[in-house]
Write a protein that binds this ligand. Structure first.
Ligand SMILES: CCCCC/C=C\C/C=C\C/C=C\CCCCC(=O)SCCNC(=O)CCNC(=O)[C@H](O)C(C)(C)COP(=O)(O)OP(=O)(O)OC[C@H]1O[C@@H](n2cnc3c(N)ncnc32)[C@H](O)[C@@H]1OP(=O)(O)O
Ligand SMILES: Cc1cc2nc3c(=O)[nH]c(=O)nc-3n(C[C@H](O)[C@H](O)[C@H](O)COP(=O)(O)OP(=O)(O)OC[C@H]3O[C@@H](n4cnc5c(N)ncnc54)[C@H](O)[C@@H]3O)c2cc1C
Length: 618
């Protein structure tokens, strides 16, 4: 294709086969990026041409039967043998078998494997290793390897998620994925000096950047052990836009369909209105439309932040790594939760036809919903964000200045909302900041009281984790609202566009408050009267958005080929498309289905069962 931008290539492939989940998905999404980000220049020189030309087809094999979230608990081992200068990969237990990696069962002939590194009798934690699992000549499985598919799943039918285990498989030392630090373009000897604390070894063997194993097995600690988690941060930063895309497509389908579908005469003898004119249909769909716009903006922000921070990391500056981790983990969870729930609401809003594969909605749902699990289970990711917020809170209490999006933490909470009938965007942002700051403080206070009450740190953490989750969710929600408001206020949009998009942004903020009212009212921040302003504003915004609803989904510009939906067609010819879809069903290619003779005929006409038996023998 010649497309160099990773995300652009991903969306180009998505256009060609929307939500089909390609058997090469992991090759593009994780295998290639891991080589690019975690391999040495020499390893990249050796592997990239093969991987980019599909000689090496790979996946990212980290999760095991017994562990997915707790990476430090992974059981696959990679033990260094200084005599042969090899790593011995082994799956010592049933639960250590790799399980779930996409494209593993039948497609890939290589994978990057996360294994516990052992050298000189000591464990050094999870590291990445390049492992060939099938012959590049005839695709046969190599000795010392067991690999296969894990069987049917909730969705992802076109992806051969697989299992994989090693029986003391030896791989060359050069296959440990560790890239030299790219601290600018410093001369090689400085590079060696920067990290190597023992004798020099030939650069081609130097396994640098994050950590290194010398020929004698000496291990050099990385600058930060979590640098090896870089591929996960990349995908988390990409998943936000992917979730937004799924929700936006579901909104296109359901809102276009709601403009075509007419149902139930509005009054005796009256015509049947478009279902999009029902206020309840607007109440369910328009906030999702607003959410789709908000998540698209959030996805752009977090991916651009990833690129900026990763550029710094490549130069050896790890300062912003914690903030990127907290942002990408939290938004990955927040966006996939919102998108999955929203796509399901879009499906339900389409009635029976929404339940047909012809609507395109089930395929979008089963493609987006696993995003709540893979790349870090959502609750766990929210708690990672909460961990960062707790650190920010204690820094704020010590009077330290906080970076970027967390400056609201530790603010004075003794204030009331400025909300008026107008529902200004600034008052919306203030409300979300107050809610998040209050929940962060409440979680911190809970932790503190448990520890003061004698609980150990980990007990206090677990005993506060529901409130920590609430705080992280509120933080992510604030991010999305404020990012949306900033985009509206910063954009040099035409006045008409600003008016329309301001209503969409207002609806996103207002609806979010009304759906989480307890958290906004618990400390009296809002009065009952102000809640009334919000409720009336929401209904007024539905009327305001209605005339532009179809234009707002058309603006996403997804072609019919990508939507794959009889309900969301641009030309609105829904019923003809549904009928054609039904007629083309394989079961309709014969008037009487073959199972009639074997199963129905003996019931309906038992006297002629012999005919059935004859047929059954066919
Ligand atoms: C081509 C373009 C891409 C487009 C793709 C678009 C959309 C996607 C579409 C399809 C998807 C494609 C592929 C997806 C397939 C799915 C692939 C997978 O699922 S791969 C496996 C994913 N697995 C995980 O994510 C595991 C999740 N678990 C963890 O990350 C960790 O175990 C943990 C939960 C973070 C806990 O780790 P640990 O116990 O070591 O850490 P803590 O003790 O909690 O914290 C220690 C310390 O480290 C910091 N930290 C943790 N992680 C990171 C990180 N990634 N980066 C930076 N820092 C990190 C943490 O904050 C703590 O710091 P401190 O508080 O200062 O001590
Ligand atoms: C479609 C799909 C594709 C995948 N592709 C890949 C792939 O290509 N490569 C790969 O390596 N993996 C892949 N995975 C695996 C995926 O990364 C893991 O499933 C995910 O990391 C979650 O881990 P787990 O399944 O062990 O769940 P667990 O960690 O067992 O989670 C189960 C429950 O326990 C809770 N829990 C766990 N730990 C904590 C904690 N510390 N605090 C609070 N609650 C906790 C979770 O919130 C969750 O509710 C894929 C999974 C799916 C569904």
């Amino acid at each position: 294709m010649g497309i160099t931008d990773m995300q652009e290539a991903f969306y180009y492939r998505e256009c060609a086969a929307a939500h089909e989940n390609s058997p090469l998905g992991l090759h593009y999404a994780m295998f290639l990026p891991t080589i690019n980000k975690q391999a040495t220049p020499e390893q990249k020189k050796k592997w990239l041409p093969l991987a980019e030309n599909y000689k090496m087809i790979g996946t990212y094999a980290q999760t095991e039967l017994g562990h997915g979230t707790f990476i430090r608990g992974l059981e696959t081992t990679a033990t260094y043998d200084p005599k042969t200068k090899e790593f011995i990969l082994d799956s010592p237990t049933l639960t250590s078998k790799k399980y779930w990696p996409g494209c593993l069962g039948k497609t890939s002939n290589h994978c990057v494997v996360m294994a516990q590194l052992y050298t000189q009798g000591k464990s050094h934690g999870p590291h990445m290793f390049m492992v060939q699992i099938r012959s590049m000549e005839d695709h046969s499985v190599l000795p010392g390897i067991e690999v296969g598919v894990i069987g049917n799943k909730f969705g992802y039918g076109t992806n051969d998620n697989g299992f994989l285990s090693f029986d003391k498989l030896r791989i060359p030392r050069e296959n440990m994925l560790m890239r030299y630090s790219q601290v600018g373009r410093i001369p090689r000897e400085n590079m060696l000096m920067r990290y190597s604390q023992v004798s020099r070894i030939p650069r081609e063997n130097m396994l640098m950047r994050y950590s290194q194993v010398h020929e004698d097995g000496t291990y050099v600690k990385p600058q930060n052990a979590k640098l090896a988690y870089g591929s996960m941060v990349l995908i988390r930063s990409s998943i936000v836009s992917d979730a937004a895309r799924g929700l936006a497509q579901a909104c296109v389908i359901s809102i276009r369909y709601s403009a075509v579908r007419r149902q139930t005469e509005a009054y005796p003898g009256g015509e049947e209105p478009q279902i999009l004119d029902y206020q309840t249909q607007q109440y369910r769909l328009f906030p999702l439309l607003a959410s789709a716009y908000s998540l698209q903006l959030a996805g752009k922000y977090v991916f651009n932040t990833y690129l900026e921070v990763n550029d710094q990391i490549e130069k050896g500056n790890l300062e912003s790594m914690p903030e990127l981790h907290a942002l990408s983990a939290g938004l990955k969870a927040f966006s996939t939760y919102e998108a999955s729930a929203g796509i399901e609401v879009c499906r339900i809003c389409c009635g029976g036809h929404g339940y047909s594969q012809a609507s395109g909605l089930p395929k979008i749902y089963v493609d987006v919903v696993p995003g709540c699990t893979y790349e870090g289970e959502n609750t766990v990711m929210m708690l990672q964000t909460a961990r960062y917020l707790m650190k920010c809170y204690s820094r704020a209490k010590q009077g330290q200045k906080l970076p970027g999006f967390v400056q609201y933490i530790g603010q004075n909470l003794n204030k009331k909302s400025c909300m008026s009938e107008e529902v200004a965007l600034g008052c919306l942002v203030m409300a979300y900041e107050h809610r998040a700051a209050r929940l962060v403080e409440a979680a911190a206070m809970r932790m503190q009281s448990l520890i003061q009450g004698g609980k150990k740190q980990h007990e206090a953490w677990n005993g506060s984790s529901v409130q920590l989750f609430w705080a992280a969710k509120a933080h992510c929600h604030l991010f999305c609202v404020k990012n949306f408001v900033d985009a509206i206020q910063a954009k040099s949009l035409s006045s008409k566009t600003v008016t329309v998009m301001k209503s969409v942004c207002q609806l996103y903020g207002v609806h979010g408050i009304l759906e989480n009212l307890g958290e906004f009212m618990q400390d009296g921040f809002f009065s009952g009267e102000q809640v009334g302003y919000l409720q009336r504003k929401m209904l007024a915004l539905f009327e305001n958005i209605r005339p532009n609803a179809v234009a707002l989904v058309d603006a996403f510009d997804y072609p019919d080929m990508v939507l794959g939906s009889c309900l969301g067609r641009y030309d609105g010819q829904v019923y003809q498309a549904l009928y054609d879809y039904a007629k083309s069903a394989p079961m309709n290619q014969t008037e009487i289905h073959s199972t009639y003779y074997k199963h129905l005929k003996p019931l309906i006409n038992p006297e002629t069962t012999s005919d059935a038996m004859q047929f059954a023998k066919l």
